[in-house]
Structures are given as C-alpha cells and as structure tokens.
Design a protein around this ligand. Structure first.
Ligand SMILES: Nc1ncnc2c1ncn2[C@@H]1O[C@H](COP(=O)(O)OP(=O)(O)OP(=O)(O)O)[C@@H](O)[C@H]1O
Ligand code: SF4
Ligand SMILES: [Mg+2]
Length: 315
C-alpha cells in the first residue's frame, strides 16, 4: 500500500436518506437515515474493511460508491473526472451470485456485461476478454458457453468476480463477497481476491459482517454504527486495540473465528435503534455501558492518522 498517493475517493460528511411511507399526495412521511455524516478516504492499493451489524448502512455506502443512490448531503470526490471513467474503474461484487447473475445468459455474456454497458469495446473482442478474465479467476475457457446453474456457488462467485474485472477496473466494492458461500469455499474466494489484488494492483472496499474475514484481508477498517463511522484506522490497531465502546463490544462478542457479527452480537446487547429519528448526542448512547456526562453532545470522529474514534472518552 502506498499511502503517499492521492486518495482515489474522498467522502466528506456524506448523508443518504430514503423516503419512507408516502402520504396520499405522495409526499414522504419520514426518512430512513441510512448514512449520517460519513468522512472517509480510500487510498490506491489498500483494502478498506467496513464492518457493522445489519442495517448500519454498509450496503447503502456500497450503492453510493456505485452511483446507484445519490447523497442527500455532503461531498463525494473521485479521482476520476467523468462518470464514464468511474463506471469503468469502480466495479462491484454482490453477496449472492445466485441472484446477481442472469440465469438466461451464457457466462461469457454475463462476464462482459459491463463492457456492453460502457459500449466502447468491439463485439468481436468480447469473447477473448471473457476468456482472459475467466482464466484469471480459475474458470476454464471451455465453460464460457455454459449457464450459471451449471456451476457451484463458489464458481458462480468466481464468475461474478470475472465480470467485475472485465472493464479492467481499479476498485472493487465487495459487499459480503463470501457470506452466501459454504465455509469450505469462503477461504478459496478470499485467497483468490488476495491473489488478484497482488497481481492487478486492485483497491478493495470490503464490506463484511464477519470480523475474521476483515481481520484476514483489510489494511484499514471502518466500524459503522447507525450510518456513522465510529472508529477508523489501521486494521491491526482497530481490531487489536479498539477504543470505541461499540467496537469493543463488537469484538468481545466475536469470540471465535468464523462467527458472524450479528449472531454473536444480538445476544450481547439490545437492538440497533431505529434510524427514522436520529439521536441528538452520541448515536451509541442508548446502548453504551460507559455513558457519562458529555455523551449527550454530538460526537465527532477525531484522533491521529492510525486510529480515529467518535467518542469523547476515547480521545
Ligand atoms: N431503498 C431503500 N429504501 C428505504 N430504506 C432503505 C433503502 N435501502 C436501505 N434502507 C434503510 O437504510 C438502512 C441501512 O440499510 P443497509 O442495507 O445499507 O444496511 P446494511 O448495513 O447493508 O445491512 P445488512 O448487513 O443487513 O446488509 C436500513 O435502515 C434500511 O432499512
Ligand atoms: S460518547 Fe459516551 S455514549 Fe457515546 S460511545 Fe462514548 S462513552 Fe459511550
Ligand atoms: Mg448490506
């Protein structure tokens, strides 16, 4: 990882809210506040892990990065100057290859979908490109005319990764890339991702419930809670010496390798509060065992380059 290089992406105080329940005139009655002031940079060649329990806004962040949802506040600055360049350079791999691959298409067409969408690759070149990226992910070229149902779950995820690689991107957003797979296959896919990163110099934004997956893969980690980043920094630091009470609780709740965060966490604490009406002070206050005077004020993410925390007690 070359830290001195210009960031590929900078988010400043980014917010995303979704209208919920319209009244009879079609006006929203309220909002789900999915992202509530995200400040983040993504550096070339790194793997940035994003962890947090279900509903904290991880996939909304992925959708924002893919341009699928618009920010309702704040700034999203890419190093790429045009939307076209961004479409080429930023690709996504979803959790479930079963639903993300069109069952009616042979896999060579699935793999080259992003190239069709970009529209500047001659059709006669498509198959050769599909063969090349399929080979990179360990799918043999003679299988290119087969359909998704003819492959196993792990192979389908390889095909999804091949599709993400077809446009020769710089950044892959990996939204729970192994959560839908059998345990035995998960490690193979993570190893493949590691190998592709080394070979192709890719940058990864790796979203996962699974702390051990993030520990294994990430250079830096962002811990999300209720649409905010509560702790951000070097993976070793954040996962080894967590300073935010939420991160501490989260890691205590993951006693063994391979335990999904939600499964472990739900028993350890109460439910994630709703995101319709946001708390005025610290977002974690309701659940925090260390709350004290000062917690009723809004908290900001602060600290050094290696670890930042959104909690006045941890500073
Ligand atoms: N299209 C939408 N319309 C309304 N609300 C939405 C929409 N997408 C997300 N939300 C809400 O935004 C919040 C964050 O959801 P998001 O899917 O980003 O969470 P997540 O961290 O990815 O959860 P999971 O781990 O379960 O995938 C949730 O409250 C969710 O209900
Ligand atoms: S600011 Fe207070 S309530 Fe929030 S995490 Fe820190 S100690 Fe807990
Ligand atoms: Mg999600």
């Amino acid at each position: 990882m070359t830290v001195s290089q210009e960031p590929l992406l900078t988010l400043r105080d980014v917010q995303v809210k979704f209208p919920v329940k319209n009244d009879w005139l079609g006006r929203p009655r309220g909002y789900a506040h999915a992202l509530n002031g995200i400040d983040l940079q993504v550096r070339p060649g790194e793997t940035l892990g994003i962890v947090g329990e279900s509903g904290c806004g991880k996939s909304t962040l992925a959708q924002l990065l893919m341009g699928l949802v618009a920010p309702s506040g704040g700034e999203v600055d890419w190093v790429y100057s045009t939307a076209r360049e961004r479409h080429r350079h930023v690709q996504i791999v979803f959790q479930d290859p079963q639903s993300s691959l069109d069952p009616r298409l042979p896999i060579w067409k699935i793999i080259t979908e992003p190239l069709f969408a970009l529209g500047d690759t001659p059709r006669r070149d498509m198959r050769a490109i599909a063969a090349k990226v399929a080979e990179q992910v360990g799918i043999r070229a003679e299988y290119l005319d087969r359909y998704p149902h003819q492959f196993s779950g792990g192979q389908r995820q390889r095909i999804a990764i091949a599709r993400a690689l077809a446009s020769n991107p710089s950044i892959l957003v990996l939204d729970e890339p192994t959560s839908a797979l059998d345990i035995s296959v998960q490690a193979q896919i993570l190893n493949l991702l590691g190998e592709l990163q080394r070979r192709l110099g890719l940058t990864y934004i790796l979203i996962s419930h699974n702390v051990s997956v993030v520990r294994h893969m990430a250079d830096r980690v962002a811990v999300m809670y209720l649409g905010q980043i509560v702790e951000l920094g070097d993976a070793e630091q954040v996962l080894g010496q967590p300073r935010h009470p939420y991160t501490q609780l989260l890691l205590e709740a993951v006693p063994k390798l391979g335990v999904a965060l939600d499964d472990a966490y739900v028993s350890a604490a109460t439910e994630l509060p709703g995101n319709r009406v946001l708390p005025g002070g610290c977002f974690f206050l309701e659940r925090c065992l260390r709350r004290t005077q000062g917690c009723e004020k809004p908290q900001r993410l602060a600290g050094g380059v290696h670890q930042q925390v959104r909690c006045h007690l941890a500073l």
